[in-house]
Design a protein around this ligand. Structure first.
Ligand code: ADP
Length: 498
């Protein structure tokens, strides 16, 4: 673990223009009306990095008003002008990549290499949607009436709200705000209480890039403020859409709140990803994929493999190789050289992993490798075998570095187990059989498939789930759909002149 002195030196490498400890509302850096703040804590050392304002309904309402006032001018900018600002923002983020990654490691704990990858992924949404917004075309539809023409145009939905989680502190912010801003919407964003600093740094860069005041605001608050801020964002009639990434439970709550004023929603919620290894899989490919999609971000992603299903014929070989790879994982502070697995985000996260493992062991699972909690919020990368569907780790997201493995016999059985969940975000399967590739892919009830790969996130592809994993897609050429409305024009009066 790092000493406090080295830690303070690390904070000092982030310039004051990016280490923001005030909320950003209507182009102003503000404190809470009542001056209250909450600590942002480094999950690795449990030290306080900064104190950030606890905003409430009044400040959130002002952010919405500012977004509403900024809307007419922003949507009137040409797509090309908005694109130029977003491209500038992407360049600034690329120039400051080291500092953004440092902030992320400080507040989220992930290893530096992963933080850098996330910054690159985050800014790719600014680049991508800067271009996509220029292609927001409509349609001219053949008219059934000789004296009328039919047109379809696309418009920004208006003032929008974003609520984001802590596991990807930058990328979830840009995956929502980039398409919104690109098409001419304005946005009030509430980042997760664990990781507000990355969002505030992006707000600072947005201002520097030329995003006008009010177009993008960031309202901060702690866990008890979140429902208050969320209630304002979902009940304020000026807000026309909410984009949320987080738990299914909170997603359902927000969807109910949005229903009151029939507000558009896009929701990226929990997953329960199956990772199926068939007998015909390439073992090396399968183990590499399993390592990436189970242990990246300490297993704290909504597309992390949650249930590993391994066919009988390949079971022993796969388990031996995976055990070897897991045993070599380096756990530690995200800034330390060579570290691959950082701490879990907070104490409840560690307690949840412990509870899942405890429940599985009680019901008959066995630990192949792993020693539970190491120290503080660090959890030892683990493999459990003989995991059955009734165990908590099969039914809920464990969100930790624990691989839960079960054996299966037939393809039908694997597909049946994989689909036996209310979730449907990502599914992975490893096979070299072409027929099986298509059969299984078509049978899996999931929004995203990783076939012979554990790495699926890219700005060019549509990210999102089915069933209780959500509504809508983020990224890709489909990613502007959720931030625009169609307008149909019936243009009459074209009868020939007499
Ligand atoms: P996680 O379990 O990953 O922390 P949550 O769904 O609890 O996921 O949190 C995701 C985001 O939703 C965070 O920004 C959090 O503050 C916010 N949030 C949690 N509860 C509410 C709520 N009742 N209303 C609005 N936002 C909320």
């Amino acid at each position: 673990m790092r000493s406090p002195t080295r830690y303070r030196r690390r904070v000092a490498t982030v310039s004051s223009d990016l280490l923001r400890t005030q909320a950003y509302v209507g182009g102003q850096w503000i404190d809470a009306d009542d001056g209250r703040s909450f600590p942002v804590v480094n999950p690795s050392t449990r030290e306080t990095i900064a104190d950030v304002p606890r905003l409430g309904a009044a400040e959130t309402r002002r952010a919405v008003e500012a977004a509403d006032q900024a809307l007419p001018a922003w949507r009137a900018w040409s797509a090309k002008e908005r694109a130029a600002v977003l491209r500038r923002l992407a360049s600034l983020a690329a120039e400051r990549e080291g500092e953004l990654a440092t902030l992320m490691v400080l507040e989220q704990g992930k290893p530096m290499a992963e933080a850098r990858t996330e910054v690159a992924y985050a800014l790719s949404f600014y680049e991508w949607f800067a271009e996509e917004a220029k292609r927001l075309d409509g349609a001219i539809v053949p008219s059934p009436w000789p004296d009328k023409r039919i047109l379809v145009t696309r418009e920004p939905v208006g003032v929008t709200a974003g609520i984001t989680p802590w596991n990807f502190p930058s990328a979830m912010v840009t995956r929502k705000s980039a398409p919104a801003l690109a098409v001419g919407c304005t946005m009030v964003l509430k980042p997760a209480e664990q990781t507000p600093l990355s969002a505030l740094a992006l707000a600072a860069l947005a201002a520097e890039a030329g995003v006008p005041p009010g177009v993008f605001s960031v309202v901060t608050g702690d866990a008890t403020d979140a429902p208050v801020i969320g209630a304002e964002l979902t009940s304020n009639p000026r807000v026309r859409k909410l984009g949320f990434t987080g738990s299914t439970e909170v997603g359902k709550l927000l969807m109910r709140q949005c229903a009151e004023q029939v507000m558009k929603v896009s929701l990226e919620l929990g997953g329960n990803a199956p990772f199926i290894v068939f007998d015909d899989a390439d073992l090396e490919v399968a183990v590499t994929a399993a390592m990436v999609c189970k242990f990246r971000n300490s297993g704290q992603t909504c597309i992390s493999a949650n249930r590993m299903l391994v066919q009988e014929g390949i079971y022993d070989d796969f388990l031996a190789r995976l055990t070897d790879a897991v045993g070599r994982l380096e756990v530690g502070d995200g800034f330390a050289e060579g570290v691959q697995v950082g701490p879990l985000i907070d104490e409840p996260a560690v307690t949840k992993v412990e509870a899942h493992v405890g429940d599985a062991l009680e019901l008959g699972a066995e630990v192949v490798t792993g020693n539970g909690r190491i120290d503080g919020q660090f959890y030892s990368p683990s493999i459990l075998v003989d995991v059955t569907p009734e165990m908590r780790m099969s039914r809920e997201e464990t969100f930790g570095p624990v691989a839960a493995i079960a054996r299966f016999a037939t393809e039908d059985e694997a597909v049946r187990i994989a689909n036996a969940t209310p979730y449907g975000l990502a599914a992975y399967y490893m096979t070299t059989d072409l027929g099986r590739t298509w059969r299984v892919g078509e049978a899996l009830e999931y929004g995203i498939l990783g076939v012979n790969t554990g790495l699926i996130s890219t700005e060019v592809a549509p990210f999102g789930g089915v069933k209780e994993s959500g509504i809508g897609r983020e990224g890709s050429s489909y990613g502007t759909d959720d931030w625009t409305e169609l307008k149909y024009w019936a243009v009459g009066g074209l009868a020939p002149a007499h």
